[in-house]
Design a protein around this ligand. Structure first.
Ligand code: GUN
Length: 284
């Protein structure tokens, strides 16, 4: 079997057209969706991600500001800035790019962002809302995965989903979103014994472990859906996912590539959440 490729770039482009129309409508009503991104320090990968977020805002006609803070910035100063943005009516979404320097308490920072502007969906209030199936901002990468499946016509109801990885940003929430849509969910992680015995049973595998080419063909049931969240570099410095694409695409029914799979969906859902926030703020 050769897997069908789930083209994240194409699906993201389609979603962005819909978002651009929503931006136009809001602007006609005098509201320009605005995103504030805070970048602390000089992490190279973070800078690239932040630049791409800014670019996407521009392409969609949204307002965006980038606040750069030095590595040594105090927690107090960062929290002060967030408070200012919480009060700013032109800003509908606030994102502090993670990771942040170790001397700053990440939990405090996340909790200081107003849940009404938490377009990352990281605030405990929004996580609680997600868990109980209420209207909220869903975290962007997990949300993007759900949209990829929906747009490909893959229903998760009744399916066995195995999530490999348990991060707060991807693993935990993607399992919850699958559960909310009636999947049977198993979480595996670095301490799981005999990982293959779980992944082999899966109708859908979500790989979010951060290890290059970790998932091999013999982890996967014939015809399964394989979602690769990894962004790694192999020994040759080439961008690759957590899934050994060459091998696994011979066994799987559907597979997301890296790049052009899950990646383009993350920023798209960030744009979606910011526009949703702007629309909701104008209804308050
Ligand atoms: N760092 C890596 N991914 C993310 C993300 O989705 N949001 C934020 N704020 N930081 C990140």
């Amino acid at each position: 079997m050769t897997a069908e490729i789930i083209n994240g770039k194409e699906i993201a482009a389609k979603k962005r057209e819909e978002i651009a129309k929503e931006v136009e409508k809001l602007k006609e009503n005098g509201v320009t969706p605005g995103l504030a991104v805070i970048l602390v320090g000089n992490n190279h990968a973070s800078r690239t991600y932040v630049t791409n977020k800014q670019k996407s805002c521009q392409e969609l006609g949204m307002h965006s500001i980038l606040i750069e803070m030095p590595e040594e910035v105090s927690e107090e100063e960062l929290l002060g800035k967030i408070d200012e943005l919480n009060q700013d009516p032109e800003i509908h979404g606030i994102l502090v790019q993670l990771p942040i320097p170790k001397h700053i308490d990440e939990k405090k920072v996340i909790e200081s962002i107003s849940p009404l502007k938490d377009v990352d969906g990281f605030h405990p209030v929004n996580i609680g809302r997600m868990m109980t199936g209420q209207n909220t901002f869903l975290p962007c990468t997990p949300y993007g995965i759900m949209v990829l499946l929906e747009e490909t016509g893959i229903s998760v109801a009744g399916k066995h989903v195995v999530v490999v990885g348990r991060s707060n940003i991807v693993g935990k929430p993607v399992g919850q979103l699958m559960l909310n849509q009636h999947a049977t969910v198993t979480y595996c992680h670095s301490k799981t014994k005999d990982l293959k015995s779980y992944t082999k049973q899966a109708d859908i595998v979500v790989a979010a472990v951060g290890i290059a080419n970790f998932i091999k063909a013999d982890h996967i049931k014939e015809g399964a859906v394989v979602i690769d969240v990894g962004i790694n570099r192999n020994e040759a410095g080439k961008l690759c996912g957590d899934v050994d694409f060459e091998e696994v695409s011979q066994v799987a029914g559907y597979i997301t590539p890296v790049p052009k799979g899950v990646g383009p969906m993350t920023i798209t859902m960030l744009m979606y959440n910011t526009v949703k926030s702007a629309a909701e703020s104008s209804n308050r």
